[in-house]
Design a protein around this ligand. Structure first.
Ligand code: LMR
Length: 331
């Protein structure tokens, strides 16, 4: 009897919370849950539901379950989904200038990058996104990217010659691979694993976290720790959804976001380290993956070739010399 009452109570409580939510906020992303973005999205869900006292029901959809890559930006415009966190490359059609963050070897380390994001440069870029009808919330990190290949270990820039690399849809990444004589191929994130497995592409570039959680290391023979470029995101919200929220709930969104961003930055550092350790463990155990960490001299050779592409993006319609110079000036 007691059990029945308890169960009935539980059902009632559940339906109350379901009914009590005034707003449903769907948050779509493409990566695994065990990544900086995946974990921070879940943190945001918990905090916003707490702060809004259940008035906003946040639903997180990972792994491209709802939308692939840049398709989510159209969906946000239509308010079919309320929130997303696409990588900078995926804003290409709307705000190509965000590709500033894709430029290889532009940032010396994550601190310099955060300073750029927190500076006028970051604000200018957010304003451009706002002008396109989105609510630009915060920048989130993943980490610096590494290369993987099944054709040839990438030690010198010449090693990339003729290799087919998957890239996100980005003119910068296209130019970056062309600079070393490789063949870049744009492809959604959700298709990378099978393209590597089937040999449609020879390699790809991504962070330790994405390489680990999507098992790209299992379908690659070589991995090069190059830290040649950065992968990060801008969290955006549907303007229609934002405008529908009363002031107090907007304040809750801002607060939950602020906390999630702080958490995200910590997670990005932790997961980059711990997930690389797991890839290394796999490599040592199975001998199926050869990992090379570039020496500073080898890295300098890649930098020399890849940074020749910057002038291609001096036109303000693509990125702009002002933004590139301003980012480089931040120390
Ligand atoms: C990729 O497409 O490689 C990344 O942008 C995926 C992601 O969101 O981290």
């Amino acid at each position: 009897m007691k059990k029945v009452i308890l169960a009935a109570g539980l059902v009632a409580a559940m339906s109350v919370s379901a009914v009590a939510a005034d707003y449903v906020l769907k948050f779509s992303h493409v990566v695994s849950e065990n990544t900086p973005k995946g974990q921070a999205a879940l943190f945001f869900e918990k905090r916003l539901e707490e702060l809004s006292k259940g008035k906003i029901d946040v639903q997180v959809y990972p792994n491209s379950q709802l939308y692939k890559d840049k398709a989510v930006l159209k969906a946000i415009k239509l308010n079919s989904v309320q929130m997303a966190c696409p990588s900078f490359s995926k804003f290409g059609k709307f705000v190509p200038q965000l590709a500033l963050f894709d430029l290889p070897f532009l940032f010396k380390d994550i601190d310099q990058l955060h300073k750029v994001q927190d500076s006028e440069v970051g604000q200018k870029l957010k304003d451009m996104v706002t002008a396109k009808g989105y609510v630009a919330l915060d920048f989130w990190d993943n980490a610096f990217k590494q290369f993987t290949s099944s054709k040839k270990a990438l030690i010198k820039p010449e090693d990339a010659k003729g290799q087919k690399f998957r890239i996100m849809s980005s003119k910068v990444l296209e130019a970056q691979f062309k600079a070393v004589g490789a063949n870049p191929q744009m492809m959604p994130f959700s298709e990378v694993y099978s393209a590597l497995q089937q040999g449609v592409i020879d390699g790809q570039e991504n962070t330790n976290s994405n390489i680990y959680t999507k098992k790209f290391y299992e379908v690659s023979k070589y991995m090069t720790v190059s830290n040649h470029g950065y992968l990060g995101y801008l969290v955006v919200m549907s303007k229609k959804f934002w405008d529908s929220l009363p002031k107090d709930l907007q304040a809750n969104v801002k607060q939950a976001m602020k906390e999630a961003t702080a958490k995200e930055r910590e997670l990005a550092v932790e997961l980059d380290k711990s997930q690389f350790a797991k890839i290394k463990e796999y490599a040592e155990k199975t001998k199926k993956l050869e990992i090379t960490v570039l020496t500073p001299e080898q890295r300098a050779e890649w930098k020399k070739v890849m940074s020749t592409i910057y002038p291609k993006f001096y036109d303000p319609k693509v990125i702009g010399k002002d933004l590139i110079d301003a980012a480089q000036k931040v120390k």
